[in-house]
Design a protein around this ligand. Sequence first.
Ligand SMILES: CC(C)(COP(=O)(O)OP(=O)(O)OC[C@H]1O[C@@H](n2cnc3c(N)ncnc32)[C@H](O)[C@@H]1OP(=O)(O)O)[C@@H](O)C(=O)NCCC(=O)NCCS
Length: 148
Amino acid sequence: MWELVKIDPHLDLNSLYYYLMVTTHLRETCVVAENGHQFLGFASGMILPREPNTLFVWQIATTPSYRGRGLGTTLLEELLERPYRAPVRYLSATITPDNDASWHLFHKIAKRHKTRLATLGQLKRQWFAPENHDEEQIIKIGPFPIQP
Ligand SMILES: CC(C)(COP(=O)(O)OP(=O)(O)OC[C@H]1O[C@@H](n2cnc3c(N)ncnc32)[C@H](O)[C@@H]1OP(=O)(O)O)[C@@H](O)C(=O)NCCC(=O)NCCS
């Protein structure tokens, strides 16, 4: 995960410690894709502590040679299908305005579930200072139907 994020300009690289914590303590909301020994991608997230019906997707990335082949969609669908303590009705994430692939991916998820994608606000560029970081749009997809 760390190595994939390291090569991608759209993602913020966290410490190796962070990825160990995510895959240990947030493993219910973390999924990796592999083909044999080849690592193909991952999605990591968390159920928001104050919104237990919302799955927040923290980072998602697929290996460049596999992009556009449905893997990103599969990773998000896997996270949505998992059983959680409370049914997940919303998916949330943040996306930079120029990240076309990510916008397409999240719009596609909304379309597949016949629900809507709303932009709720933004993490402003100046909040990232002193880093030179683009703003992030906060999105929320849903509501998803309650599973019987
Ligand atoms: C975003 C990302 C995870 C998508 O993964 P993926 O494996 O390509 O996802 P999918 O193949 O399921 O594609 C989902 C949709 O996005 C579209 N798409 C993928 N890449 C695209 C691009 N560069 N431009 C426009 N649309 C794109 C696909 O065509 C597909 O739509 P369709 O089925 O209607 O044709 C991948 O591009 C990536 O790892 N990007 C770098 C990291 C990143 O930006 N992560 C997201 C941060 S919020």
